[in-house]
Design a protein around this ligand. Structure first.
Ligand SMILES: [Fe+2]
Length: 354
């Protein structure tokens, strides 16, 4: 889940636009030095996107001081996450999966577990709340999406952590979904109206055993947390899904009608769906991308309109090129994310919030 941009962000290119904030720790009175910074390519809607906090090289790095900074600023950070859509923490003392887990816990937010989710992606847990972002091969792009918008159950936000950046590529495109919807509506008002009026239904064929060659290769046993067919059918029934068993015990499921446009509590409307990812990327030996999604009444979604939507979204995306130790906090209601192909080993971990 994260882009082919290989632009790097050396700290020397940062342009500070806020004054340094020093926090004294109770134990040794050394200073925590964190600046809010600007980078090339950063967008303004009008808020900076993403918002970036970078810890100075000479800063105190004691985890207790970092925890105190997060907790002292938590209300502000939550507000900023919603307003900006994404916050990048750079240069913080986060090196390992356990550091990442501990950093997340400073925020005191409720975990959204992979086991309970209906995500299609194959992942590996490192800790109870931290897992690999997607096990799909390096040459496979994961296109822009809101996490799990193709299911009735989705996380409110995500944390990403770069343990090891790719050699080339592997950036994470981030796209403001509220801004995108305004742009789509300006050129395709009838399409947006159809999305709002009809909603969408998603169809996906899941394998009996996990398929690591696919970005949607999670088995139905894992996806539905069901040991056998009867348990799978019971779960699907409770969710309002339709289903069909196929040869090799593959399972094709179709969701109930889900909204394609949502209105947030603050009145912003967002293009909250999986249209872009489904049209571009839901393709494997079991699935045909453009047959994975239709309007709620069963009618076909115009591929020409989707080509325009996809181009708008690509042009609007900020490609986040990872540096080791980066942590990004992404509001899943406001921002879509993806992953661009890469070379070399790339270890980006994720955690979901309820
Ligand atoms: Fe994702």
């Amino acid at each position: 889940m994260i882009p082919a941009c290989s632009v790097s962000w050396p700290l020397a290119s940062f342009i500070p636009f806020m004054t340094e904030v020093n926090v004294s720790t109770a134990s040794n009175n050394t200073a925590l030095s964190i600046d809010s910074l600007a980078v090339d390519g950063q967008q303004f809607h009008p808020q900076p996107f993403p918002l970036i906090y970078a810890m100075s090289a000479n800063s105190e790095t004691d985890p207790g001081a970092v925890a105190a900074w997060v907790q002292a600023n938590l209300d502000k950070l939550k507000r900023e996450l919603s307003e900006h859509g994404a916050i990048l923490f750079r240069g913080f003392p986060v090196v390992s999966d356990l550091d990442f887990d501990a950093f997340i816990q400073h925020f005191g937010l409720k975990n959204f577990t992979y086991t309970d989710s209906l995500s299609n992606a194959v992942r590996r847990n490192r800790t109870e709340r931290v897992f690999t972002a997607n096990e799909a091969p390096a040459n496979i792009a994961i296109y822009l999406h809101h996490e799990m918008a193709q299911t009735p159950i989705y996380p409110s936000a995500l944390f990403f952590f770069c343990e090891l950046p790719a050699i080339t590529g592997g950036a994470t495109p981030l796209c403001r979904s509220d801004v995108l919807l305004n742009q789509i509506e300006a050129v395709l008002p009838e399409f947006v109206k159809a999305c709002e009026d009809k909603g969408v239904r998603y169809t996906n064929t899941m394998p009996d055993q996990e398929d690591l060659q696919s970005g949607q290769g999670r088995s139905w046993r894992s996806t539905l947390n069901a040991p056998d067919k009867a348990a799978a059918e019971s779960k699907l029934q409770s969710l309002g899904y339709q289903w069909q068993w196929l040869p090799e015990d593959n399972l094709r499921v179709t969701t109930p009608v889900l909204p394609a446009v949502r209105t947030l509590d603050d009145g912003r409307r967002v293009f909250f769906n999986q249209l872009i990812a489904a049209f571009q990327g839901w393709q494997d030996k079991r699935n045909v991308a453009q047959k994975s999604i239709c309007f709620g009444d069963g009618s076909v979604i115009d591929p020409h309109a989707m080509a325009i939507v996809i181009k708008l979204a690509e042009d609007l995306s900020f490609d986040m090129a990872w540096q080791a130790g980066d942590v990004a906090w992404v509001d899943n209601s406001v921002v879509m994310h993806g992953r661009k192909p890469f070379t070399g080993e790339r270890r980006v971990l994720a955690s979901l919030l309820a």
